[in-house]
Each structure stands twice: as structure tokens, then as C-alpha cells.
Design a protein around this ligand. Sequence first.
Ligand SMILES: [Fe+2]
Length: 167
Amino acid sequence: MPLQWNRELETGIRELDVQQQELFAKFELFSAAIELEHGHKQVEEFFHYLDHYAQEHFKYEEDMQERSKFPERAEHVTAHRRFVEELEAFKAGLRSGRDAQEIALAVKATMIRWIISHSKHMDRAFNDYLLAASEKAKGQLISKKLGEILVNSQIVSAVTVERALVK
Ligand SMILES: [Fe+2]
């Protein structure tokens, strides 16, 4: 069964959501290419994309964690660094002539593990922290009416508003 981005993963922070949706879309294309055993070229392209993802997404997230004084930022950054190290090891394997299809399958397993352990849990923890901090800063939860205005004007997502509504 393919791994798909869903609302459960939505952070309400547009830039992060777009980056994560792109990761899932690229991973799906990569997985399809593996099934067809397209090999070397697809693996290289996916590595190229993951380099970009690691640079852009991790930096963006880490900057936000630093600015918001997220208490678990040190271990979050360590998880990002470990992912980059794993990626570097795969790239070195490809350069040294290891079978591309074999590497592709190992990358796929790593990505599934990454999405489940990191995107669904560690990134989620940061999102919950941000949400709690912003509610605290506002000093009050928002009303349904204000929630509708925020969603309609596309300032924040429906999921974020739903969580911030006065129950
Ligand atoms: Fe992260």
C-alpha cells in the first residue's frame, strides 16, 4: 500500500506542508520506478531531490525550532543529521558501483521508516508545541466565527483552526 500524505500530517504551516506533500509525491514516483526496475537514473534523481529536501526542509524547520525555543530541538536536529548521513552512505554506495536496484530498495525501506518515525511523530510533536505556544501567546482560544474568517482568507488551514476552536 502506498504511503500517502493525508490531513493527519498537516501542520497548518503552509511552507512545511508543501514541502512534506512534495516529499510524498516524489517518493511515490520513486517507488513506482523501482517496481519497473528503472534503476540507476531514478535513484540518482531521487537522491538529488532528497539533497534539496534535506537542505530546504530541515533548515526551515530547524530555524523555526530555534526561534521558538522548541525544547526537543537538539534531538530533532540529530535525527535530521542521521538522515543526511544515511543518504550520504547510499550515495557513496551508488558511486562505488553497488547495484542500483538493491540500493533503491534499501532507500525505500529507509524512507518508510523516516516518514513513520520522523514525519508522523517528531514533526508532529513540534507542530503541537507551536500550536500550544501560539494559543498561550494569544491568551485565548479563537471563536468559531473568527475561525471561519481565518480559513476563508487562507491565513491558516482548517485543521489548525479546528484545533484552536473554543470547545
Ligand atoms: Fe523534522
